[in-house]
Design a protein around this ligand. Structure first.
Ligand code: NAD
Length: 363
């Protein structure tokens, strides 16, 4: 049985199952490799490292440091995200597997350095099977602390690269939009097209910048007025309220904020030709990928089009030439073209084809 990458793991859980029952059930269905847990009473560290797959090389993935309502939800987050990282690495041909670390944030941390050192020792004990990186709640400074105890970390200030992967993610999304426009609208240039961007934070801002430079007409929305203003000042974009973005007629809709925005309410009426953005888990359910296809809307699968950041952090860790990494991010164009063509030939939704192609490289 294959669990679709977009299905929440909670849909598989039976009410009477404990967290451990669920864990082994997910592990089997998602074909997990390893799951490690560490509790350190001295610092309060409660850490999970989920390693999905090592076939292609050491597993790489960010370290989340956020509050969770329950240990169950932290487990679910680690498994689901690690699974997606494997797919991202495989589809973009990286010599890495997928993993994710989750640090369950306590109400109070007495000593953040000691806490992170305990986490670093945990990472080190895995002997390089897992390489940690920045994610929600962790910073460049945190990665620097971790690097004093283990070499299995990327995105440190010592790497000599800019630590923010967002511009690379945005560049990958731009290349993905170019591929979708070429395939679906038969156009070689984005000039004069209308793109709507939902969320102009780290990725959305850099995407707006690249598209503006290519002569694209932009309409944006964001719940943060400062982020909206920054784009208005820099690129002269049009602005709508967050709940109006789904009604704006455009060539491309680029979701760059939240997950599950392609759902029952939105997909049936979305007045666009293409959906191509950076957000993770865009489809609330796989049936909406099918519905997009039925409506003639081309969907660029999220874990492919948003892989630019992962490609970049992997390149930093592997001491690869940054030019090669940029070229690899650009190749998202070619990977998506292949997915679009196969989907057309096989009469399947693009996300199903992309998941199948990633699985072929993983197992
Ligand atoms: P971010 O937090 O910097 O930006 C998200 C933006 O969306 C913020 O400006 C926020 O105010 C806005 N937002 C939140 N709710 C909104 C709503 N209802 N309507 C409109 N705007 C809303 O995050 P980011 O790093 O730019 O990432 C954006 C998305 O891309 C996320 O889903 C993330 O998981 C995914 N992603 C990011 C990267 C990366 O390199 N940063 C890589 C892969 C995937």
């Amino acid at each position: 049985m294959h669990q679709s990458i977009i299905e929440p793991i909670t849909t598989l859980r039976k009410k009477k199952h404990t967290a451990l029952d669920s864990l082994f059930r997910y592990a089997e269905i998602l074909r997990f490799g390893e799951f490690h847990v560490r509790f350190d009473p001295a610092t309060g560290l409660r850490a999970i490292i989920a390693i999905h797959n090592l076939k292609r090389g050491p597993a790489i993935g960010g370290c989340r440091f956020i509050h969770y309502p329950s240990v169950d939800s932290a487990i679910e987050d680690s498994l689901r995200l690690a699974y997606m990282m494997s797919f991202k690495a495989a589809i973009t041909n990286l010599a890495h597997g997928g993993a994710k670390a989750v640090l369950i944030k306590p109400k109070v941390i007495r000593d953040r350095r000691a806490y992170l050192e305990a986490y670093a020792d945990f990472v080190h004990e895995l002997g390089g099977r897992y390489i940690t990186a920045m994610d929600s709640g962790t910073t460049l400074e945190d990665m620097d602390i971790i690097s004093t105890r283990t070499p299995y970390v990327t995105c440190t200030s010592r790497s000599g690269f800019a630590h923010d992967p967002s511009p690379h993610t945005a560049h990958g999304v731009r290349r993905g939009i170019e591929a979708a426009v070429r395939f679906h609208l038969n156009k070689n240039s984005l000039e004069g097209l209308h793109v709507t961007i939902q969320g102009v934070g780290h990725v959305g801002y850099f995407l707006a910048k690249e598209l503006h430079e290519l002569g694209v007409r932009l309409t944006i929305c964001d719940v943060n007025p400062l982020n909206v203003q920054r784009c208005v000042d820099a690129f002269g974009v049009s602005v709508v309220e967050p709940d109006e973005i789904y009604a704006v007629k455009a060539d491309v809709f680029a979701p760059c904020a939240l997950g599950a925005t392609l759902n029952r309410q939105t997909v049936a009426h979305l007045p666009v030709s293409i959906v191509a953005g950076s957000a993770n888990n865009q489809l609330a359910h796989h049936r909406y990928g099918e519905l997009l296809r039925e409506r003639g809307i081309l969907y660029a699968p999220d874990f492919v089009i948003n892989a630019g950041g992962l490609i970049y952090v992997a390149a930093i860790y592997d001491h690869a030439d940054v030019m090669i990494a940029t070229e690899q991010v650009g190749n998202i164009y070619g990977i998506l073209m292949e997915i679009f063509m196969r989907a057309q030939q096989q009469g399947l939704p693009t996300h199903a084809v992309a998941e199948h192609m990633a699985r072929e490289k993983l197992y």
